[in-house]
Design a protein. Structure first.
Length: 284
């Protein structure tokens, strides 16, 4: 029985070493990037968001070490930059935490935090969230999962931030590489109560819920066959590998220029050019 207070993927968190440099890089890739946000003091982190509909990407960096961001710091030290965790949309984080507790997973949180937001008209507002996490050890394919309840959607999904020169519209898939994809997919399936689906090339998908993006677990070799000619240098053997993004392909090709590599389904940014994250732009 699917979780009632947790729906599909809300956003993908790309952990970066230098937050401002990462934001400039994503601007060069044709994304509209939000002004920099600074989280509550106990978080010790800052971010830039790249807003789609109904989901988004988050570039996350550590501003000062805290107990809360210790796992993120450990990730950077071990893996370098890349997809560190995935958020689901929480309808109600408190009730969602109770749901996973009833399934035997001790939640971290709920935790409330906020960050100031500069609105397009020059006024300052605030984005407020309540999140909970599955236990840190429950990380299918090495990717942590949590759920995010947006208390102020109007200060996150700002229309001016949702238009991108590269034509990006929404997330379609989160790609996770692992030596044993079936094992990792089964783990994710159990955590979120969703059935697995076999892909034609042997990869295994786990729908995240509703009309949101799927998780796709595959070996690094399978990933290479999906995107021939794209260097996978810098990707781990087990971990978050990339994002498939629905986009206007003509706009993506123009914005990405020589950085993009043509593939059968669209155009691809190699991980080395995407802060440890393969970005595959595909047609709707």
């Amino acid at each position: 029985m699917a979780l009632k207070n947790v729906i599909g993927i809300d956003h993908a968190v790309v952990m970066v070493k230098d937050l401002d440099k990462a934001a400039e890089n994503y601007k060069r890739l044709g994304f509209t990037v939000s002004p920099r946000g600074t989280h509550s003091a106990h978080m010790g982190s800052g971010n830039y968001t790249i807003m789609f509909d109904p989901d988004y990407m988050e570039l996350l960096g550590v501003l000062r070490p805290t107990e809360h961001n210790e796992p993120a710091r450990a990730f950077l030290e071990k893996n370098g930059e890349g997809i560190e965790r995935i958020a689901f949309t929480a309808v109600d984080s408190a009730r969602g935490a109770e749901e996973i507790l009833a399934r035997g997973y001790i939640p971290v949180g709920p935790t409330d935090f906020e960050r100031p937001v500069m609105m397009p008209d020059g006024t300052e507002s605030e984005a407020r969230f309540r999140t909970f996490q599955w236990p840190t050890v429950e990380a299918p394919g090495g990717v942590r999962i949590f759920a995010c309840q947006h208390k102020t959607r109007e200060t996150v999904w700002i229309p001016e931030l949702m238009k991108h020169a590269n034509g990006a519209k929404r997330l379609k898939q989160v790609l996770i590489v692992a030596p044993e994809p079936a094992k990792e997919a089964a783990h994710m399936s159990k955590l979120i109560d969703r059935d697995v689906r076999n892909e034609s090339d042997g990869a295994i998908a786990v729908p995240s819920g509703g009309d949101r993006a799927d998780f796709v677990f595959l070996t690094k070799d399978q990933l290479g066959k999906r995107y021939p000619g794209v260097s996978l240098a810098g990707l781990p053997e087990r971990g978050g590998a990339g994002l498939v993004i629905v986009a206007d392909i003509a706009a993506a090709e123009k914005a990405l220029s020589s950085t993009g590599v043509r593939s059968a389904s669209g155009v691809v940014v190699p991980p080395a050019a995407g802060n440890g994250t393969l970005l595959a732009f595909v047609k709707a």
